[in-house]
Ligand binder design. Structure first.
Ligand code: GLU
Length: 485
């Protein structure tokens, strides 16, 4: 049974960009919250000062917003449980670490990094698990007091009790059991006064009243430490759901080396947010049928953690592309117009302003031929600028000795038509072909080449109608001068 009004959180560390795996974690948390009338919280886990990246938090928030995943509570949006940035909560962690020390559930450790390294080397040599040996647990009260007085650097470690069975009831993975003998005396508070991930994460999940911890499988091995912390504090343990790993097609862990992993990169490439969100949602979840096309609000009403798979989910880029195509086809022309204008604004054609009416015609002619809106500009630049060159293979194949004469005749015919419609262009071409005793193709192909510089693309009559009479005539003239065979 899901508690009333569950509270879930996405808790990224601001180390640069938002990973697609992070987007999936954020999305599943968001969907779970929406489906169950809960709250979706964004918490920034920035206690590892060595990994901080300037601007990462802002970037993260912008990217989540772009994807449509608005948080209910988080930085800049207090719901009574803030601050939501861990570096602003340091005093809290110190207080809780001290509390555990007083209860002997944690202890001061003054070991130098040299000693720790030596210990690790020895353990490695003898094939033992790398673990702290509780050396400092045996210091006397006086020794501890004196060393602290001397301002010696220290950390606080969890005092893990041996031979305890730690059970995790994971919503996705079922029951997972660890023995406390394999759990290290984890550092809770570092010598710089910052908490480690483990302490800060548990303290915050407790104080923020998180009911369900939904996160990537890579955190499963940390969960026994968290459970011990909950137990040692005497706090209620939240429910856990560890999401399956994202894999490359060769089943290795999804990595930068095999392609883009940053959501920002997909956005920059022109993927639609609807498509990326839909695709990411299907990485490890399905409603139990073969439906694959969803909008965010539809996902909100269909999602459940129980239907998330245990096994890794392959990140298949072809599938993402197909998803983008499918979402693009469902967009209205008006929506595509806005997207196209954004692309034009950042392209080299930003000063070749075309009317909305023209852009809409371009969209209609290109929609079914593109996976990305920006392909309209990349593949059909001729709508924005006259061809600078002519595809030489197409010239060889399509431009014959009679082409120039036929194009001239077509130009003459069209010159006499006022405001020619698409049909007028078509009729003029048929008429010229008939009189000259040639097939329509003898004019269509060279004309396409003359106005676009290439051999493929949307229907010729669409192209020249969109270009308009004057532009078409101008381009025929230039082609007649430039294409000499
Ligand atoms: N800060 C961790 C991360 O970067 C959060 C893990 C968790 O959700 O507990 O993913």
């Amino acid at each position: 049974m899901i508690s009333e009004n569950p509270r879930v959180r996405f808790a990224p560390s601001p180390t640069g960009y938002l990973h697609v795996g992070g987007l999936r974690t954020a999305l599943y948390n968001y969907l779970f919250a929406k489906r169950n009338n809960g709250a979706f919280i964004l918490r920034i886990e920035d206690t590892d000062r060595t990994r901080l990246v300037e601007g990462a938090v802002k970037n993260l928030i912008t990217t989540l917003k772009w994807a449509g995943l608005d948080f209910d509570e988080g930085p800049g949006k207090d719901g009574g449980f803030g601050p939501y940035v861990q570096s602003e909560r340091l005093a809290l962690y110190k207080r809780y670490a001290d509390e555990l020390v007083q209860q002997k559930k944690a202890y001061y450790c003054f070991c130098t990094s040299d000693r720790i390294k030596q210990l690790r080397d020895e353990q490695q040599k003898t094939g033992l698990q790398s673990k702290y040996d509780k050396h400092c647990l045996h210091l006397t009260e006086n020794e501890i007091r004196d060393t602290l007085k001397n301002n010696e650097p220290y950390v606080i470690r969890l005092n893990v009790q041996p031979n305890e069975l730690i059970n995790i009831e994971d919503i996705i993975r079922g029951e997972v059991t660890f023995n406390s003998n394999v759990v290290d005396d984890q550092i809770l508070l570092k010598s710089d006064g910052y908490p480690t991930y483990h302490l800060a994460n548990v303290v915050d999940d407790h104080l923020m009243k998180i009911t369900h911890v939904i996160r990537g499988e890579e955190w499963l091995s940390s969960t026994p430490k968290h459970i011990l912390l909950y137990n040692y504090f005497g706090w209620e343990i939240p429910k856990f759901a560890h999401l399956p790993l994202l894999l490359n097609p060769d089943k290795s862990k999804l990595s930068k080396r095999q392609g883009d992993v940053a959501v920002e990169d997909y956005r920059a490439k022109g993927y639609l947010k609807d498509a990326l969100v839909n695709f990411v949602a299907m990485l490890g979840w399905s409603a139990g049928d073969d439906r694959e096309f969803y909008y965010l609000d539809e996902l909100c009403s269909s999602f459940s953690l129980e239907r998330v798979n245990k096994s890794g989910a392959v990140f298949n880029i072809e599938k993402l592309q197909a998803m983008n195509f499918a979402h693009l086809q469902k967009k209205t022309d008006g929506e595509l117009l806005n997207l196209l204008k954004e692309e034009v604004a950042v392209s080299s054609f930003n000063d070749h302003l075309l009317s909305d009416e023209k852009l809409l015609l371009i969209i209609q002619s290109m929609k079914e031929r593109i996976n990305f809106v920006k392909e309209i500009i990349l593949n059909a630049s001729y709508f924005f600028i006259a061809p600078q060159t002519y595809d030489q293979d197409a010239v060889k194949k399509r431009w014959t000795a009679e082409s120039a004469g036929l194009l001239q005749k077509f130009a003459e015919t069209i010159r006499g038509v006022e405001n020619p419609s698409k049909e007028d262009f078509e009729n003029a071409l048929h008429q010229v072909a008939e009189i000259a005793g040639v097939k329509n193709g003898a004019i269509i192909h060279p004309l396409r080449l003359a106005v676009s510089g290439v051999s493929g693309g949307p229907g010729l009559y669409d192209i020249i109608f969109i270009l308009g009479k004057e532009e078409t005539l101008g381009r025929i003239n230039i082609a007649l001068e430039k294409i000499i065979i």
